[in-house]
Design a binder for this molecule. Structure first.
Ligand SMILES: Cc1cc2nc3c(=O)[nH]c(=O)nc-3n(C[C@H](O)[C@H](O)[C@H](O)COP(=O)(O)OP(=O)(O)OC[C@H]3O[C@@H](n4cnc5c(N)ncnc54)[C@H](O)[C@@H]3O)c2cc1C
Ligand code: FES
Length: 381
């Protein structure tokens, strides 16, 4: 094959022509750049981030570039975790301009959420200059995730298919987190991580508790059931996530809807409200499971009702509900008069269908869309 230079002649729209030498197997565009040809590339977009504390940050992103990558390269305090459109940590709302999903990327956003302007920064590109509203303060995003070692204190079976894992941070280790946020725990010896939201609060550190559902053949489930023992060391990374108790709504009535181990971050939120100073807001917890025999932590909930006179709990079981329990799911337990204050704030955690149903019901009852926060426990694989 002849390896001598090729001559290329670009014809510009003003009829000017320039000679260009290109080595075989190199890109014509690279050669044009090196030989200072007048190439017109699309300009970068300006992206404006508006945080809930009123802070505004601006950064630039190239056409077709992943917005989250560009934001992180330019030290923007944005929350993220999976970087693949599945965890919703990087969710925000498009206010101005045009931003759409990168070709080939998938996202867990529903078409209705996308239509309402919601975007996942990790799978989005900016078509024009644009601005986003982020559902957290700039200070939250600055709380960088890091890795710590913990020792297992105990693994207690709390239902046929759930355990309470209690761990303690190793000496000199610390992990600040907000109630509702989650951590990733590495499954020892397997090389995979799973996400879990503590049911404990910042105040109980260095101890942390997690409510964990056991799944048939699940990697972490098998480890916890068959291998894990007291004093084993686990590696945790975090905190992650944009699902956490909002300080700015602390005085408003709270509705918590939890399905299964979705109760874990909700207990952390309720306990944090209990531990905070001042008058406690009215709180409604609707918690349920498909079968009465898989309900758990009922005594923990009862205790909280005693400590917190403003807390009302409704325990639900779709099958086998006993006296005092709601025979149905935690969404059907919501009543027409549950929302009396237009500033009511709601936190939902559980399977996606429960979150979708709870969101529709709460909107119908008068809760504002921007006051509904949700996390669904997507499968890690
Ligand atoms: C942000 C976040 C927070 C989470 N917090 C908690 C928590 O506090 N408590 C908790 O119990 N779980 C939580 N999860 C779910 C958890 O990370 C794992 O997905 C779950 O524990 C299963 O892990 P595993 O290794 O045992 O099963 P895997 O090996 O991951 O999966 C085993 C089988 O179960 C299916 N599967 C996995 N996860 C789910 C699921 N959530 N629902 C239905 N099917 C599933 C898989 O597709 C697979 O077929 C959270 C997930 C996310 C994304
Ligand atoms: S970081 Fe974007 S969805 Fe997980």
């Amino acid at each position: 094959m002849n390896n001598s230079m090729r001559q290329v002649t670009p014809n510009f729209s003003d009829d000017a022509t320039r000679g260009l030498s290109v080595v075989p197997n190199t890109h014509v565009l690279d050669a044009m750049t090196e030989q200072e040809m007048p190439i017109v590339s699309e300009p970068k977009r300006q992206v404006t981030l508006n945080f809930s504390d009123g802070e505004t940050r601006v950064f630039s992103v190239a056409p077709g570039e992943n917005i989250l990558d560009a934001a992180l390269e330019q030290d923007m305090p944005v929350l993220f975790q999976c970087r693949s459109g599945s965890c919703s940590s990087c969710i925000c709302t498009l206010k101005d301009g045009d931003a759409n999903t990168l070709a080939g990327a998938s996202s867990t956003l529903l078409p209705s959420e996308y239509g309402a302007g919601q975007r996942l920064l990790c799978v989005s590109q900016a078509e024009t200059d644009c601005s986003f509203e982020l559902p957290y303060s700039s200070e939250v995003g600055s709380n960088a995730a890091h890795e710590v070692n913990v020792f297992i204190d105990s693994i207690e079976r709390i239902a046929i298919n759930a355990v309470r894992l209690t761990v303690e941070l190793a000496d000199d280790e610390w992990m600040d987190f907000r109630p509702g946020q989650f951590m990733q725990i590495a499954v020892p010896g397997v090389g995979v991580v799973r996400s879990y939201s503590p049911s404990s609060t910042q105040k109980t550190l260095p101890k942390m508790e997690f409510l964990i559902r056991l799944l048939p053949d699940g990697v972490m489930s098998k480890y916890l059931e068959e291998v894990a023992a007291a004093d084993d060391v686990l590696t945790l990374t975090g905190p992650y996530g944009a699902f956490f108790l909002r300080e700015e709504h602390r005085r408003s009535p709270h509705i918590f809807v939890a399905g299964g181990t979705g109760l874990s971050p909700i207990l952390s939120m309720i306990d944090t409200l209990h531990q905070s100073s001042g008058r406690k807001p009215p709180m409604l917890l609707s918690f349920g499971s498909a079968h009465a025999e898989t309900l758990f932590a009922l005594e923990d909930i009862q205790l909280r009702e005693q400590w917190l006179p403003t807390l009302e709990a409704r325990i639900c079981a779709s099958n086998g509900a006993v006296e005092g329990q709601h025979p149905g799911n935690p969404v059907s337990a919501l009543r027409d008069d549950d929302v009396k204050d237009p500033n009511t704030v709601a936190y939902l955690c559980g399977p996606q269908p429960m979150i979708d149903a709870a969101t529709s019901r709460l909107l119908e009852l008068g809760v504002k869309a921007e006051n509904i926060f949700a996390e669904h426990f997507v499968a890690s694989n």
